[in-house]
Design a protein around this ligand. Structure first.
Ligand code: 13P
Length: 245
């Protein structure tokens, strides 16, 4: 819906200093018609060049300000490392690290309080998909955030990532994704029509250079959150280029 697409990379627990160097080299000539965000492991944030045409994000944030929370990263640490965005509620965090909607909301509030833009990840599991509960699941995930603090949705990017499409090579079809994105925008519109008009809704789940164009052609798909293909500099650049027109 919004003019400029946002292409975000989620490296997950992959990458290296060497990949930062090749990616930074590859992304020196990004087209101006697209916004790009890289979310590498937080320890790699410091190695990106200061003079760059893309933003950086972390993959997780603590819900606490500071203190005795071994292994966690606060909003201040993330900002000092050079990031302006943070992924929150990725399905892998929900699944493997028991992140509930309540915790996701606390992290969203922490991020927004510090001036970080949250990329709120939502989506249904395979079982929920098969039981046709997609809309129900998504509505609940969004409602939790709205209930925690209505302004959060105004300040966020949303990433719709059907869990069954993540890392499987089986992307949602452009039609499936568009239908859910339209539903998400409608839900947000019920809360706040201004937010609905401006929020970026990214699709994530097996996005690659071959399937991205058809996804980007859909009215409510404002970009992508790319996993595996974001670790391949040439392919990631191709995806960014496909989003500029
Ligand atoms: P893949 O692109 O590897 O399916 O991962 C998607 C994802 O989880 C991005 O956050």
């Amino acid at each position: 819906m919004t003019a400029k697409k946002l292409i975000a990379a989620n490296w997950k627990m992959n990458g290296s200093k060497a990949l930062v160097d090749t990616m930074a080299q590859q992304l020196t000539n990004l087209p101006s018609g697209v916004d790009v965000l890289l979310c590498p492991p937080a320890t790699l944030l410091q190695y990106f060049p200061a003079n760059r045409q893309y933003a950086l994000g972390a993959q997780n944030i603590s819900e606490h300000d500071a203190g005795a929370y071994t292994g966690e990263l606060s909003s201040n640490l993330i900002i000092e490392a050079g990031a302006n965005f943070v992924l929150i509620g990725h399905s892998e965090r929900r699944q493997y690290f028991a992140e509930t909607d309540t915790l996701v909301c606390a992290k969203m509030q922490q991020a927004v309080k510090a001036g970080l833009t949250p990329v709120l990840c939502i989506g249904e599991t395979l079982a929920e998909h098969q039981q046709q509960k997609t809309q129900q699941v998504i509505a609940k995930q969004l409602a939790a955030v709205y209930a925690a603090q209505p302004e959060l949705l105004l300040k966020s990017v949303i990433a719709y990532e059907p869990v069954w499409a993540i890392g499987t090579g089986e992307s949602a079809t452009p039609e499936q994704a568009q239908a859910i994105h339209a539903f998400i925008r409608q839900q947000i519109s019920d809360y706040n029509s201004v937010a609905a008009a401006t929020v970026k809704i990214l699709y994530g789940g097996s996005v690659n250079a071959a399937n991205c164009r058809a996804l980007f052609a859909k009215a409510d798909i404002d970009g992508a959150l790319v996993g595996g293909a974001s670790l391949k500099p040439a392919e990631f650049m191709q995806i960014c280029q496909s989003a500029k027109d």
